[in-house]
Design a protein around this ligand. Structure first.
Ligand code: FRU
Length: 485
């Protein structure tokens, strides 16, 4: 067991200098983070919690770290909200969600308890538990755990039952959680409650009947968007098909209709949410102004490693506003980012066969949009975070309609995955919006049609940007520096 006090003391003594961490992507003050948790609005501020192990840069007994913001760009640290300090959650305070209620700010999380049988074999049991707080301090309720594995139908797995996402609708609380079926296929189970303490099992909202969409379905989220319902989940151990689902553990979404009588969701096919090297376990929240915002862990379970001496591992993506357009999820960086734009520079010209730099176009904390047009080229390359030995390359192939990221020379000191390719729609011109923060690059194509999110580990003095084309590419570009005061 670990207490909150222990965690907080450790942080106070080991906090990393902010200049060694990303400027506007959430990281821990020190140590390891994974999934976003409890993304919610409480008393007009946006709260974001995260799976947290302060004591090392590796995954370990899970706590909930906590940050707060008015605009989701500038985040303030809050004390660690939850620690694995009870018999029912001593093996970890796993992922979950949060909601503003008349009782306060409610957090609902997976409590993990390890039990040993007569032969000494240990098994972890996952139940769901509640904590209530005031936006700063949270206390676990005496009724915990509020959902036990034995409330699931016979045969459903009680060791893989986690990541509750809660919402309030039609006078009731609802919750979805990830689970494994009798056949050990991923599925999402639905519960309802009048008081958050007593929960009733409703149904399997959706599941992988044929066992072809990965294994365990983690971190579900379910919401209405533009007249449809969207189910997001992160299936573990998924196989890649063509350009889709390359990250092993993948984040996918389904768009469909929800039958409120039978509590079933007609889910259709899975679609990838992001095509970069680092993206998992996204969670959304709906802001009071109606926008549906998504944030994810910008790291991949299968590509873990950090440079020697770095005392933090894992960060969140930039929050993205979601919409549905022609049945596809469109993701756009939240507009609040533009409040931090400075040193705006515009360029318009032609890029051709030698590597070219554009005066004033460089930097590691920038928001830069390129529009490429013309028919005299097949492939266009942009290298970002360029130094003597470093660069991260994006290549657009106009005849294959693909974009590839390659971070082989981004400064990695371990043999991590480095390349990923995605398709884009064919058109006369293409828009590429790159958002760089010290250790990441997020590429939004054609105003959110597709996204590629990737961590880089490049020394910060690698600041240059260069362009190359195999023919003549007409380029118009707008670059803003991002300065977070
Ligand atoms: C997803 C996940 C969740 C779990 C948490 C533990 O990345 O495996 O299913 O709750 O991480 O840290």
């Amino acid at each position: 067991m670990h207490t909150l006090e222990e965690a907080q003391n450790y942080i106070e003594q080991n906090r990393i200098d902010k200049r060694k961490r990303p400027a506007f992507h959430v990281t821990a003050p020190v140590g390891w983070i994974n999934d976003p948790n409890g993304f919610s609005t409480y008393q007009n501020k946006v709260h974001l919690f995260y799976q947290y192990h302060p004591y090392s840069t590796n995954w370990g007994p899970m706590h909930w770290g906590h940050v707060v913001s008015s605009d989701m760009i500038k985040w303030e640290e809050r004390p660690v909200a939850l620690a694995p300090d009870q018999a029912y959650d001593h093996a970890g305070v796993f992922s979950g969600s949060a909601l503003e209620t008349p009782e306060g700010h409610v957090l609902i999380y997976t409590s993990v308890e390890e039990k040993e049988d007569d032969t000494g074999n240990k098994t972890a049991y996952q139940t769901q538990s509640l904590a209530i707080g005031d936006g700063e301090n949270y206390h676990k309720v005496p009724e915990n755990p509020v959902i036990l594995g034995n409330q699931l139908p016979e045969g459903f797995n009680q060791s893989d039952f986690r990541d509750p996402k809660v919402w309030f609708e039609d006078g009731k609380y609802w919750l979805v959680a990830g689970n494994l079926s009798k056949e050990k296929h991923g599925q999402i189970v639905l519960f309802s409650s009048d008081d958050l303490r007593h929960w009733q099992y409703e149904n399997v909202l959706a599941g992988d009947e044929d066992g072809v969409i990965g294994k365990m379905w983690e971190c579900p989220d379910f919401f209405k968007l533009d007249g449809k319902h969207v189910l997001i989940t992160s299936p573990q151990n998924m196989s890649a098909t063509a350009y889709e689902f390359h990250n092993g553990h993948n984040a996918v979404y389904f768009v469909g209709d929800y039958d409120e009588e039978t509590h079933t969701f007609d889910k259709g096919c899975p679609h990838a949410l992001d095509y970069g090297l680092d993206f998992y376990a996204p969670q959304t929240t709906q802001l009071p102004d109606g926008r549906r915002i998504l944030v994810a862990w910008m790291k991949s379970w299968d590509s873990l490693a950090i440079p020697d001496g770095q005392e933090w591992q894992g960060m969140m993506t930039l929050p993205r506003e979601l919409s549905l357009e022609n049945g596809q999820l469109v993701q756009r960086p939240i507009h609040e980012l533009s409040d931090y734009h400075t040193n705006t520079l515009e360029f318009s010209g032609v890029i051709s066969k030698s590597f070219e730099m554009i005066e004033g176009v460089s930097g590691r904390q920038i928001d830069m949009t390129l529009r490429l047009s013309g028919t005299a080229y097949i492939s266009f390359t942009i290298d970002l975070a360029v130094g003597v030995n470093h660069y991260t390359r994006f290549t657009y192939n106009r005849s294959l309609n693909t974009i590839e990221v390659d971070r082989t020379y981004s400064g990695l000191q371990a043999d991590l995955n480095c390349q990923r390719k995605m398709t884009v729609s064919s058109a006369d011109s293409i828009e590429l919006r790159f958002i760089l923060d010290s250790y990441s690059i997020e590429l939004f194509v054609n105003d959110g049609e597709k996204v590629m999110s990737t961590e880089i580990q490049t020394p910060l003095d690698s600041q240059k940007i260069r362009f190359f084309s195999d023919g003549e590419t007409k380029l118009s570009l707008v670059k803003h520096d991002i300065i977070i005061p």
